[in-house]
Structures are given as C-alpha cells and as structure tokens.
Write a protein that binds this ligand. Structure first.
Ligand code: AVJ
Ligand code: FE
Length: 436
C-alpha cells in the first residue's frame, strides 16, 4: 500500500543518513583537534571544513528547501560554500572549531529527522520518493570518501584500521570478456535517488568490444613499469607525457622503491605492494599509457556501463552487474569495510551476466570519456552539482571504490575528475574493439 511504501522510504532515508553520520563521526574522531584543522594537502580541505560543510548542505536542502525554515546561522553559509573558496584557501578561513562544527551538524540532523518523520514523499520533485534525503545521504558519503583521501594524504601514524578482504586464489579465469554490439539503455529515469547527471535513460548503440574481466593489477602495472613504460614517449598522450616529465612521475602515488621491491604507504603504514590487488592511485594519463602499452585502450563510458548493466538474456539494463538487488557484502567491496581494494577475481557473486568482475567497488575506474550531459539532461536541484563541471577538462570514472558507500554507488553512477588527479582511489581496466 501507499502507506507501507512511505514507511519503507522513511526507514531507508533514516538508515542512509545514520550510516553516513556514523562514518563521518569515525573519520573525524580518530585524530586530534590540530589534525582536524590542519591542511594535510593543498588538494584537500581541513577535515573540520568537510564536517561543517556536510551540516550546512543538509541545512540548505533539508531544513530550508524542503522544510521552509529560516537559516540557523546565515553568517557561516559563505564559509562552507565550495564555490566561494578553493580548497587551498579553506584553512585560512574563520572556520568553526571541531566541537562547534560537530554540534552544528548534530543540531541540523535532529531537525532534519523531525522533518523526515512528517515528510510527504509526493509533494514536489525534491521530496518525491525521498529524493532530497537520499541526495543528502549521498552528499555526506561523498565527503566521507573525500575525508578518507585526506586521511591517506595525512602524514603520521595510523589512525584508522579495518580488517583486510578475504584472500582469494590467484584469478585464472579468462582475461577478457566479449560484450556484444547493438543497442542498450544507458542512464536511468526510474532510480529514485539517481542524481541529475545519471538521467535520463536513453538508447545507445555500441559496437562489440572486449573488456578486462578484472581491474588491472599491481603486478600487471609493474610489468609496464619494468618495460620502461614511464620512459617511453610513444605510450603517452602529448599532455600525459608533458605532465609526467614535468612532475618526475615514475610510479603510482604513494609508491616508493626499496632495493629490489616496491613499497607503498597506506593510511599510515608502509607495506610491500600486493601483486594481485587492483592498481590504485594512478591518474588518467597513466591508465591511458598503460592501455596503449598493452595494445589496448580505456573503455568508453558507454562501454563500461554496458559491461556493467546489460543483460544479454533480456536485453534490459540492470541496476548493478549482479542484478537489481541492493549491494550486499558478497557482491562488492564498498563502504570502507576494508581500507584497500580486494584481490583481482574477488566477489564472484558480484559478476555481470557475461562474467565481468569487480565493476562495482574496489577502485574507481577511469574511462576514455569526457564528462558530458546525456541527451535531455536537466540540472536538478542545483547547477553546481554536475552542470558546471561538464566539458573536456574532466574525465569520467565509474564503479566506485572501497571508500564509497552503497547509497552513492550504482551501475549508472558517474564520477569525474581532472586527468592529472591520483590522490583519489582510482584504478582502471582496459578494452579493445572486436575486429570486424
Ligand atoms: C562527484 C565526487 C566529483 O567531491 O567534488 C560533493 C561530489 N559535490 N559535494 C566532489 C560533491 C558536492 C563531487 N564529486
Ligand atoms: Fe559538498
């Protein structure tokens, strides 16, 4: 009935907001006050900025836009407007101290949950199916991933711990899978909490192509390095070559050579690079060069989504590679349950119908594509989420990383960044066109 549907939505919104706040609390309580207000990298905000920004976005969209309330603290809006101050400047702003930021976010949350109890999920586009609550849960989780990146960039001893993923036997299945050509439906018009850039559903024609069964591993990437990959101009785009030369880049970020082996720093510990794990912290230029060295290319965004969603038995697009069920731990490495990707070949229960593994979770996957609107795109509810970022300067990443919560991850979900970025939890897989 309509009533049980509304109750289910209320439950889902409450659970998503609560999971996000638990994660935010963990990420902002495991270090001390100087660490929360310090800038660990010019690429990132101080953690206290993220904390109050999370509360401020929730106040803007849930309390003011949905609830029609007055601003609680109008004088702080501009401090936490991501467009007014670039990240590098945020430490110089008169930010709320940690305790005050926590109190503000908690007060907003209390009022938002009161609104949720009385919410009508058919009022406006913003409240339809609880969209605004889902959007705010996703926003907080996106900043939880951002804060985890800040933790990775932070110097000093380990502050966060999590169990490792289950070890799996070395993956011996086929290295690549053929995805048939023909039409498929990209994007969504029916997923209630999908963000504006995932919409609308529309047909795409795709030529047949092969795609890697798993993300590219550290071992495979090291073969590229040992073959002189970083010293061989012909594997690189002109921009990529200029960039790695100028910045003396010769390995993934956080890697360090120690005698005969490669070590990496991961959340405050140093460890040997695990050969069977998907490569992490590479930029788009590195992914692109590796693919060319391997005689392959990056998949387009359309190819990636077809590999992840197309069901050859019915011709329909699924919500996830494994079907329409929400992500569960057996499907994918999501939600910061682990603080690293799982070995290639993990999560057979999360494979696509054609057998492609680990499309969701583990590492964000660079695609060949620029971040552009779908035909029929409409900015909603604000232009600064997606629209202002459309264009050739951003490349699309797909699938989510171990740091992404299930609420902010779908077969249709689109992330984007500059092609030089590698502090993000980024890896890739490769593809090739089917010879015709
Ligand atoms: C979608 C991850 C690129 O972090 O810049 C957070 C998400 N937008 N607050 C970002 C976002 C507004 C966004 N990305
Ligand atoms: Fe934000």
């Amino acid at each position: 009935t309509a009533e049980t549907d509304a109750e289910a939505l209320r439950e889902r919104a409450l659970a998503s907001l609560t999971t996000a706040r638990d994660r935010t609390t963990l990420l902002t309580s495991c270090v001390d006050e100087p660490d929360l207000t310090a800038q660990h990298s010019p690429l990132m905000s101080p953690l206290v900025w993220d904390l109050a920004h999370i509360g401020n976005q929730e106040e803007l969209w849930l309390l003011r836009a949905v609830g029609g309330r007055e601003a609680m603290r109008p004088e702080i809006d501009s401090l936490y407007d991501a467009f007014e101050h670039p990240r590098s400047e945020r430490p110089t702003l008169p930010l709320l101290p940690a305790a005050e930021a926590r109190r503000y976010a908690a007060e907003v949350r209390g009022r938002a949950l009161d609104l949720l109890q009385a919410a009508d999920f058919h009022g406006t586009r913003l409240t339809e199916a609880g969209f605004a609550f889902g959007m705010i849960a996703q926003h907080e989780q996106q900043h939880d991933e951002t804060m985890l990146i800040t933790h990775q960039l932070r110097k000093g001893p380990q502050a966060l711990t999590a169990p490792d993923p289950e070890p799996v036997p070395f993956f011996t299945g086929p290295a690549e899978v053929l995805v048939p050509g023909g039409p498929f439906t990209m994007g969504t018009s029916s997923e209630p909490w999908a963000l504006d850039n995932e919409r609308p559903a529309h047909p795409r024609e795709v030529a047949p192509f092969w795609i890697d069964t798993t993300p590219v591993t550290n071992a495979a990437y090291q073969a590229f390095m040992e073959d002189g990959g970083y010293d061989t101009e012909r594997w690189w785009s002109p921009e990529g070559w200029a960039h790695i030369r100028q910045h003396a880049i010769a390995a993934p970020l956080f890697w360090r050579r120690d005698g005969g082996q490669w070590l990496r720093r991961r959340f405050g510990i140093t460890e040997p690079v695990p050969p069977d794990e998907p490569v992490l912290h590479v930029c788009w230029y590195e992914a692109d060069a590796y693919a060319r060295w391997a005689g392959r290319r990056l998949p387009t965004e359309t190819e990636w989504e077809k590999a992840a969603r197309f069901d050859p038995a019915t011709g329909r697009s699924r919500r996830y590679p494994w079907g329409d069920a929400d992500p569960a731990p057996e499907h994918a490495n999501l939600g910061q349950r682990h603080l690293r990707p799982a070995p290639a070949g993990s999560y057979p229960a999360g494979a696509s119908p054609l057998g492609v593994r680990q499309l969701i979770g583990d590492v964000w996957e660079w695609t060949a594509s620029d971040f552009l609107p779908y035909p029929g795109f409409r900015a909603f509810p604000y232009k600064e989420y997606s629209e202002v970022f459309f264009g050739p300067e951003h490349k699309v990443l797909r699938g989510g990383s171990f740091a992404v919560d299930p609420v902010a991850c779908r077969g249709t979900f689109r992330n984007w960044d500059y092609p030089i970025r590698r502090q993000i939890f980024s890896g890739f897989r490769t593809a090739r066109s089917e010879a015709v």
